[in-house]
Ligand binder design. Sequence first.
Ligand code: FMN
Length: 340
Amino acid sequence: MVEAFSLRDFEELARARMDPAQFAYYAAGNADEVTLRENEAAFARRRLRPRVLVDVSALDTSTTLLGQAVAYPFGIAPTGQQGFAHEEGECATARAAGAAGIMFCASTSSTRTLEEIAESCRGPAWFQLYTQDNTGPRTEALVKRAVGAGYQAIVLTVDLAMSGRRDREWRAGFDPSMFRPGNFPEPHADDVPLRFTWRDLAWLRSVAGLPIVLKGIMTAEDAKLAVEHGADAVWVSNHGGRQLDRSLASIDALGEVVDAVAGRAEVYMDGGVRRGGDVITALALGARAVFIGRPVLYALASGGEAGVTRAIHLLADEVRYVMALLGTPRPWDITRTHVV
Ligand SMILES: Cc1cc2nc3c(=O)[nH]c(=O)nc-3n(C[C@H](O)[C@H](O)[C@H](O)COP(=O)(O)O)c2cc1C
């Protein structure tokens, strides 16, 4: 039994079990960690407007993401280096997600290969792409592997023009040589400057032949460009506060993105989602689904696959509870009127 009764409980369990430097790698945000804190604080400032005397006896949390059925409007965000948390790493997380019928997003910087992870998942799964050499052969090979392994969409992360500096990691003595590049067994030079821009999205679409999700959109301007360049979905994210400190909390950026997209693509968000009420708040502000980052890593460290399963069940129960008390038996009943 994993001694956690809400998502936040997993953090201390993980801290007690993990190497301190590797724990710092998970926990850290960029610079002063303003955005890291703000992601959660901004949810806490929102208030819900419950409607009563609604028949919620047939409550149903299921929805679709890019046409794929999922059991809940929350999924697992791509996070690298899950091997720091547990020896089975991403495979354990993917099994838990697959069994629960929620979306699992596999990271390029996983410690297991994308093929092993897809095999473990047996459920809806997307592949998160960090371009390797822009539109060069290494990126192309990675995308083709993801397609071959059966992933159903490519999630291109766009907020990593340069890797974020995280003081907390430095102080804890985190050493990048600890990284385990599961997807790249062959060593390669990592010195290709990132030149991937809007005009390269057409190339990615043609190589992948799959829906494209842009992860890391934080403004109406970029949301508009994303739709104009054919993105199938826009994922509001500040990388869990790990990239540009003092960027807006994700939940505060969501509204302008939803307005700019104007129904032309699906919109997701991540960053600071810890409670069922947070999931519902994001849905009320126009997200179709939300994704969970750190709590899943901490749950994996706390109890492997069983820990992640517990985390999913805890959040799932909270989502059902909030939907019942809000008087919204289906995800699409949740509207802008349910939150202030
Ligand atoms: C340790 C760690 C590793 C991450 N690795 C990736 C990654 O490989 N690719 C990516 O797109 N996002 C990555 N992210 C960002 C997450 O996908 C997500 O945006 C963020 O964790 C959500 O915020 P939360 O941790 O508050 O839930 C990582 C986040 C953490 C904490």
